[in-house]
Design a protein. Structure first.
Length: 296
């Protein structure tokens, strides 16, 4: 299969410096492999989406010399694919309905004497694994296999391991508000689009084991993963739309790209945007061939 990467922004606002790093890295990785680069708009969490942000993001990418090699797709139009995947998991007993609210989960954990670290998501205790006992379903969860410790390789981070049962528990596939969970949507989309290499921010690395378990449950291939460094804000936290990251200033696209390239450890480049991108493709390819850059 021809190498294929993707950039999948959420239209909750315009691109900022951190999201440009992920876009550039994924584009360079695809180009260095002689592959394709696709754009997917991850608007599955519709309440958080901003009207017009998707079109503006595509304009920002184009200004930086990056355009999708295939028609852009929107997750909000792909519900039938996600439902089909959930139906398969339900049929094989690998998914089940859940009646628990967040307060129910917190109460169950407290009753079991299980403490939760501050800012850490609650580990689902498996309350509804054996049935709803007359309560209405709120969400649907993946039933983790007995062997839920996932070992995987990241091109930058190296060998990784996570015990998903201990750190996450049976995780949500469809939310109580009826929206599709990110984990299911991204796994279905990557497989449907034939994505072979996922290059994205390091903040998504801990999602990877859950996605690998879903890929196994659905019989889907796993792409190679490469999680790139994050851009941090003045407060030391990840630069994001949620914490007020400023939109990219693209009055000089090359300057924005140079800043992103520096985060990725790429050499300075001048000239036009096209010339700089061509130089960075060569630099990325050298890193990849040396085993220190893009995922193999």
């Amino acid at each position: 299969m021809k190498p294929r990467g993707r950039f999948a922004p959420s239209p909750t606002g315009p691109l900022h410096a951190g999201s440009l790093v992920a876009a550039l890295a994924s584009w360079l990785d695809a180009r260095a492999r002689g592959g394709e680069w696709w754009v997917r708009i991850e608007d599955v969490d519709t309440p958080r989406c901003v009207a017009g942000a998707d079109a503006f993001i595509l304009q920002q990418l184009a200004a930086c010399g990056m355009s999708s090699d295939a028609p852009v797709v929107w997750q909000s139009k792909r519900s039938a694919l996600y439902q089909a995947a959930l139906d398969r998991l339900l049929t094989t007993g690998q998914a089940y309905p859940c009646a628990c609210s967040r307060s129910d989960i917190e109460a169950a954990l407290a009753a079991a004497g299980r403490q939760r670290e501050r800012h850490q998501a609650a580990v689902y205790p498996g309350t509804c694994r054996q049935g709803l006992h007359g309560r209405p379903a709120r969400a649907w969860r993946l039933r983790l296999p007995e062997a839920a410790t996932v070992h995987w390789h990241d091109a930058r981070l190296g060998e990784q391991v996570q015990d998903v049962a201990a750190e996450v528990g049976d995780f949500v596939l469809r939310r109580a508000d009826g929206l599709w969970a990110y984990q299911l949507a991204v796994v279905v989309d990557d497989a449907d689009q034939g994505i072979t290499h996922v290059v994205r921010g390091a903040d998504l690395a801990d999602n990877t084991p859950r996605q690998i378990l879903l890929q196994r449950a659905l019989g889907l291939p796993a792409p190679a993963y490469h999680h790139v460094p994050l851009v941090l804000g003045a407060n030391g936290e990840k630069l994001s739309k949620q914490n007020g990251a400023a939109a990219l200033d693209l009055t000089e696209p090359l300057a924005a790209l140079q800043a992103a390239a520096a985060v990725l450890g790429l050499p300075p480049a001048g000239g036009s945007v096209a010339e700089a991108l061509a130089l960075w493709v060569q630099a990325w390819r050298r890193q990849w061939q040396a085993g220190a850059g893009a995922a193999t």
